[in-house]
Design a protein around this ligand. Structure first.
Ligand code: PMT
Length: 409
């Protein structure tokens, strides 16, 4: 079940209300770290615990970290005198049970309601994410595996545990996964899956145009805008192929990443993957020129001045525009330092694309290698100025426009 009440223009989990259920596993101490991470992203966290969970970490720890009251007694009432298990799920966007013990998963799979966590999950009309953590033999036992299958049949999202050394000294499946795995699942579950069925090719990052074995021409693109688009699109259900120049970013989970160096390599990969794509989004900063001759040996320093003859690279986006099939939606970017709208409109028509995303590369918080962007979306009938947003927030707005254009066809 997807929760679509979350503001996609906000970065990450900002403003998301998370109800965290902590049960009786030694991994409960890691749940405290997860609360810190959530609060750091300005999420709103309410913790509920089983009695076994309180044996590992005290409610005081979670109330100090979350800044909210911790619930553990299913008969306690909240301020309005309503039983906690009714309002707790109503007042939150998502329920995250982590760590989830074998015992709690048995309760959840049988619809039991004999403690606050199981009762609240049973009453919840919100997405439920379950993160099992236990001894390997317990996790691989058929009973536990059957419970997991049942939970998935109910529509709960079960996050596979990590494999490695466990607190009990054994090695194998059963470790609570790293926070970024759970974070990605939260974002995926909270996003609408309105891009399911779409096959989207995205380009990102700079290209490198070799001068000699030691030198190349490149630009300031970090890849952040393209990677944000890939993360946002896969969370919303799309099949995503990310064709990336050399960047230092980690690969977005669930995305097929194709690494390239030069504009010519990027062109070859784009043309081969674009054929099957329903949408192509070209966020990469592709070099317009490359050295006419790539020197086999390192050029030795001699005269005081040095000239380099350059030759034009193909304009990949313009080529897609020339060779486009009717079905495909083409989205280009425009990195401008002046005449932004005029240049955006020119590129929209000259390259024969459906949408141009114009961004100012002189702004301190826009364009190259920053976490935010402020773009203008120009399509054939509309010009839309977006506010300054995180690149993930900008990415979701671009994808909303893509959906609008797809549905208008
Ligand atoms: O990666 P970041 O650090 O997050 O920075 C983001 C960004 C500024 C790189 C990004 O938002 C952006 O503007 N990308 C496009 C950069 C660019 O090459 O703009 P352009 O106006 O020069 O090119 C216009 C369009 O043609 C772009 O979609 C580009 O991918 C495409 N192009 C350009 C040249 C070329 N030879 N082939 C192309 O396909």
């Amino acid at each position: 079940m997807k929760n679509t009440h979350v503001d996609l223009t906000k970065p990450g989990l900002q403003g998301v209300r998370v109800l965290l259920g902590v049960t009786g596993s030694i991994a409960a101490y890691k749940a405290a770290e997860w609360v810190r991470a959530l609060i750091k992203e300005e999420a709103i966290v309410t913790v509920m615990m089983t009695s076994a969970g309180q044996r590992f970490v005290s409610p005081l720890t979670f109330s100090a970290l979350s800044g909210n009251r911790v619930y553990h007694d299913m008969f306690e009432e909240d301020q309005e005198g309503v039983m906690a298990h009714i309002n707790l799920s109503r007042d939150n966007d998502v329920v995250l049970v982590a760590p989830a013990t074998a015992q709690t998963m048995t309760r959840l799979s049988r619809g039991m309601a004999n403690d606050l966590v199981s009762t609240t999950v049973l009453a919840a009309q919100k997405p439920v994410i379950v993160c099992p953590a236990m001894n390997t033999n317990m996790f691989t036992h058929p009973a536990t595996q059957e419970n997991i299958k049942k939970l998935e049949d109910y529509g709960y999202h079960v996050v596979a545990p990590d494999s490695g050394s466990l607190a009990c000294g054994e090695v194998g499946d059963g470790r609570l996964p790293d926070w970024d795995v759970a974070r990605e699942k939260l974002l995926q579950v909270l996003c609408p899956d309105d891009l399911t069925g779409q096959n989207i090719v995205i380009t990102a990052g700079p290209t490198r145009e070799a001068i000699d074995p030691a030198r190349y021409l490149t630009n300031r693109s970090s890849g952040k805008m393209g990677y944000a688009l890939a993360r946002a699109a896969v969370r919303r259900g799309a099949k995503v192929t990310l064709i990336s120049g050399p960047v230092t970013l980690s690969e977005p989970p669930g995305v097929q990443v194709v690494k390239v160096q030069s504009a010519q390599e990027m062109e070859a990969e784009v043309l081969s993957h674009a054929a099957e794509a329903s949408v192509v989004i070209k966020a990469a900063a592709v070099a317009d020129y490359r050295p006419l001759v790539e020197q086999h040996h390192k050029i030795k320093k001699k005269a005081d001045t040095f000239s380099l003859e350059l030759v034009k690279n193909n304009d990949i986006l313009a080529r897609l525009g020339r060779e486009r099939n009717g079905r495909q939606l083409l989205v280009g970017f425009a990195a401008e330092s002046k005449n932004h709208q005029q240049e955006g409109l020119r590129k929209l028509t000259e390259k024969n694309v459906d949408l141009i995303v114009v961004n100012d590369i002189l702004g301190k918080k826009t364009g190259f290698d920053v976490e935010t962007n402020q773009v203008t979306l120009i399509d054939r009938t509309d010009i839309c100025q977006l506010p300054l947003l995180s690149k993930e927030g900008t990415a979701n707005q671009i994808l909303n426009k893509v959906l609008e254009l797809l549905s208008a066809r």
